[in-house]
Design a protein around this ligand. Structure first.
Ligand SMILES: [Zn+2]
Ligand SMILES: [Zn+2]
Length: 306
């Protein structure tokens, strides 16, 4: 049966702006939390992110509670983030097999919740080298795709900070994966601003941000961009250390976000925070207010072009 929607999903309001929200107490509770902070976009984990597998499949009632939540229609973009145990470049055969099975399970859950994609950190090569690692990721993505041919939720490869041996910190690495999997149409990309900066892409000025996104477009293609994680960075440019900070209070600063919030080609891309939440999500409320305020300022002045 079709749920009653207070706002039809086809009347999408831009910007699509929100945060990663907790599903504690049930998948549907995430919608309540997202609305509490005034979000119309949200990211969720589809199961406990620190465990390999969910203790049980999603039940019919959980799925229905999610789809029929009275405010579901207010959230115009909902997508998932995969668990942290998954490493598609793992050398250990047991971990590799578990990683592939875990991702397949999560994509299935994403499909049940009708999420268009699941954000994934490509993997860590653990000393095998970047090239060998990327080849393993490609093999793994092909293996996962063949485990779940019927699933339509895509994998959104996320740009990473390049911490340790993590893959995905250079646009060329994401392009390699996109260009080598059997079914590239099952992939898309998520850009995290803190990760970009930590991995050495200087987005701190408007000119810098513009150049970095132009480079992304050349190497990966903006047409593949499905989501943005908006985080400032506690760590310096090129530090390769992943520590998120409140918007405008980190080493990146507000100009990068002014660019991202106003660039016409990024306008329809859902944008979610992964910044410290504080008490009762006050951190999210403040960061979202700040992001909205810089859109208004730009409308009165110049609007940068990608
Ligand atoms: Zn992220
Ligand atoms: Zn991060």
């Amino acid at each position: 049966m079709a749920p009653q929607r207070s706002a039809p999903l086809n009347k999408t309001v831009h910007p699509l702006l929100g945060a990663h929200v907790s599903t504690a107490g049930g998948m549907d509770k995430a919608i309540t939390r997202a609305r509490e902070i005034g979000a119309n976009a949200m990211q969720i984990f589809v199961k406990n992110n620190m465990q390999w597998f969910a203790p049980a499949p999603l039940g019919e009632s959980d799925i229905r509670a999610f789809h029929e939540h009275s405010e579901r229609g207010e959230i115009h973009s909902v997508f998932g983030h995969s668990g942290y145990m998954i490493n598609l470049a793992a050398a250990n055969p047991e971990f590799l097999e578990k990683s592939r099975r875990a991702l397949a399970e999560e994509l299935l859950r994403a499909d049940q919740l009708r999420l268009p994609f699941l954000v994934l950190h490509p993997g860590a090569h653990l000393g095998a080298g970047v090239e060998a690692g990327l080849e393993k990721v490609v093999e793994s993505l092909d293996a996962v795709a063949s485990l779940i041919p019927q699933v339509s939720a895509k994998v959104a490869l996320e740009t990473t900070a390049g911490q340790g041996t993590c893959l995905g910190c250079e646009f060329e690495q994401l392009a390699f994966i996109l260009n080598h999997v059997r079914e590239p149409e099952r992939l898309c990309v998520c850009i995290d601003t803190a990760h970009l900066f930590a991995s050495g892409y200087d987005i701190a000025t408007e000119a810098g941000a513009k150049a970095v996104f132009a480079r992304f477009d050349r190497i990966v293609g903006l047409k593949h961009l499905a989501a943005l994680h908006l985080n400032d960075s506690k760590t310096a440019l090129g530090s390769r250390v992943d520590r998120h900070e409140h918007i405008g209070q980190g080493k990146i600063g507000i100009e990068a976000f002014r660019y991202v919030m106003n660039a016409p080609r990024l306008r329809k891309i859902p944008k979610v925070l992964e910044t410290p939440k504080g008490i009762e999500m006050a951190g999210d409320v403040e960061n979202l207010a700040l992001l909205r305020s810089i859109i208004q300022q730009s409308r009165q002045g110049k609007i940068p072009r990608v």
